[in-house]
Design a protein around this ligand. Sequence first.
Ligand SMILES: Cc1cc2nc3c(=O)[nH]c(=O)nc-3n(C[C@H](O)[C@H](O)[C@H](O)COP(=O)(O)OP(=O)(O)OC[C@H]3O[C@@H](n4cnc5c(N)ncnc54)[C@H](O)[C@@H]3O)c2cc1C
Length: 602
Amino acid sequence: MADLHSWHAPVRDLLFAMEHMAGAGTLEGLPAFADFSMAFAASVLEEGGKFASGVLAPLNRNGDRHGAQLENGVVTTAPGFREAYGQFVHAGWNSIAADPAHGGQGQPLVLALALQELWQSACMSLGLCPLLTQGAIEALSAHGTPAQKATYLPKLITGEWTGTMNLTEPEAGSDVGALKTRAARAGDGTYRITGTKIFITWGEHDCAENIVHLVLARLPDAPPGTRGISLFLVPKFLVNEDGALGARNRLSAASLEHKLGIHGSPTCVMQFEEATGFLIGQENRGMACMFTMMNAARLNVGMQGVAIGERSLQQALAYAMERRQGKPFGLQHEMREMLPIVQHPDVRRMILTMRSRTEASRAICLATALAMDLARHHPDAAERGRQRAREELLTPIAKAWSTDGGFATASLGVQVHGGMGFVEETGAAQHLRDARILPIYEGTNGIQAIDLVTRKLALADGGALSQLMDEMKETAQQLGRTQALKQWQAPFAAALDGFAASARFLTEKLKEGHPGDALAGATPFLDLAGHMVGAHFLARGALAAESILSAGTGNQAFLSAKIVSAEFFITQLLPVAAAQASAIFSGADVLFRATPDALGPI
Ligand SMILES: Cc1cc2nc3c(=O)[nH]c(=O)nc-3n(C[C@H](O)[C@H](O)[C@H](O)COP(=O)(O)OP(=O)(O)OC[C@H]3O[C@@H](n4cnc5c(N)ncnc54)[C@H](O)[C@@H]3O)c2cc1C
């Protein structure tokens, strides 16, 4: 019997998605990435895969069973976490994409994101710790003073110190502008931060010697709402001028949350009592800084959706190949042996849904990271601008669609296991529990959909979307020109028409002053957008696979499986998603016709 908890790093799939779906080969010629090549990426991912499967993956169950404990203000993480995190730092995995000026390795974000999938698949609760640190590195790199960068970046980049993101308060969740944490000017250039933050991931722990909290707070004379929010760096231990750790700051973890999943990740209520803070960026401009941090974190959370999907898929497939039930339809009396369930059409349908959706999400996330790399490092300014718009357009799709997909895939993983999926011993249930947070944190998926419709569709005067659609039209034409894939052109083109019409409808509703009708269609529109963009990347992968196969090279089984995934997704899942256009066009009327008390007993 196979070990149902085992997981192998999908290095070949990651490389294929990077190169043939997202197009990461374009980085090879850029001066900023002189050391980067796809061959180099392959060797890094190979090593990363060994670390993830050998060191991190065995801790996944431990984290779930033991969780983190808080005693007298000290958080102790699950057995093995501290040592594994130490090895992660020692091996240099934290610094892959960071700036060499502060000790980073200067590799592309797309490679760092591919590695991110491995850490998150192996052990999501531990993987969250460096994920949050990346956000702090991004915010400090973009908005910190030279002195702040010199003091904090090198240790954050190695991972010796970790970072957190402190936005949420009891009265301020999705509506960050409602936050009440206070910042007072101390008169010496520093600030005194007072307030309570809730749900702070890795807010306190025993894996690093210092924790750098990035905290949103409000000055006494700040304007109301998001225009009056400032961002502060509030370290657990203050740092002396010589870089050594100084006095303990006035902040602590008041309690830990008991959660549905990710038990190994300490989720803290943080108390700040006149803690010393240092302003990042300008007063009252904290939201701009926070968005830098959140954009990086949102993409990484999207990749968590891919990661949990891949892990669920691998376990479900292993189980489906071993578990025997039923006989072929119509041959129940002739056959003596029961079939492995993977031979039943409905189980195949579940496995292919899991696989194709995971592959589509992976491509979207990697393409978003590639756009980030090009937006920062392409030599041509106009191209940098286009790529920035592409990055901004894709980020809410990468976050929301990949995490909805991660949860849906983990749920199918339970279904493939039957009753054994509902009990804890196979591990399928843990993936489902762990996956459930992904559509909630880093901005709920509902908020991502609103962002897509109200801000991103209009980016560059609609140019970001129309450029992407032009590329999709080109994909449709290429499908039509490829004998073996010709029959996919019709469903692809029909869905693209529906997608374009939906985008036009929502944009018009906003322009006409009917935001309610646009917001009512936001979530189905994001789902359609995810399917459409995912289909585009899967088709690109299939076209590449087809051409490699026609040349008589490459691994036939691997490439044929890529074509099968794309065919299943484009001919079976995409048309269902496209049918959501009718929900998008229906506006807000049906949602509001009944009064809330008529919807159910209150
Ligand atoms: C395990 C965990 C870890 C977390 N880690 C962190 C962290 O490290 N740092 C941090 O700052 N926060 C963190 N959070 C908080 C998380 O980001 C918030 O829970 C999330 O943003 C939603 O806020 P809320 O819980 O207040 O829900 P609400 O804002 O109350 O939302 C409830 C529901 O209403 C919907 N909704 C709200 N407003 C609107 C609107 N305007 N239009 C349409 N729908 C709306 C939401 O989509 C949601 O479905 C974490 C949460 C959890 C559970």
